[in-house]
Ligand binder design. Structure first.
Ligand SMILES: [Zn+2]
Length: 123
């Protein structure tokens, strides 16, 4: 039984692609999901402290109770919660990875971009 943690958008179009991708590529059995509208924007800006803390607290449960060894943070094409273009979102994803590394230095953290064909790309 292997868990990972995925922090991704609430958008219904990305749920299945991202869960399938993580299970297949990282040999994961269960994906704990933490959804917000445009979470890479929330973590990169680090201004909405209530949302940031909520994400961090939920991630902690996944790590401490499920032994998650991998955190994925993603952004996607046509995001209603974060209507920035691809390059800005990728910058936000990289910032979010840094932010999460500060909180969880011992956990592997990856950034993902979900494109206009709902395919997953590493950032
Ligand atoms: Zn979105």
């Amino acid at each position: 039984m292997t868990f990972c943690t995925s922090i991704h958008c609430m958008d219904g179009r990305i749920q299945e692609p991202i869960i399938k991708y993580l299970k297949k590529n990282y040999s994961i059995t269960y994906v704990d999901t933490i959804t917000e509208p445009g979470p890479c924007k929330i973590l990169a800006e680090n201004e909405d402290k209530i949302s940031v803390n909520s994400i961090i607290e939920r991630t902690k449960i996944s790590i401490n109770r499920h032994g998650s060894k991998l955190i994925a943070i993603s952004g996607h094409y046509d995001c209603a919660g974060n209507p920035c273009d691809e390059e800005i979102q990728k910058k936000q994803i990289r910032e979010s990875v840094k932010h999460l590394k500060n909180n969880y230095p011992e956990i592997k953290i990856i950034g993902l971009w979900i494109d206009n064909e709902w395919k997953i790309n590493n950032v």
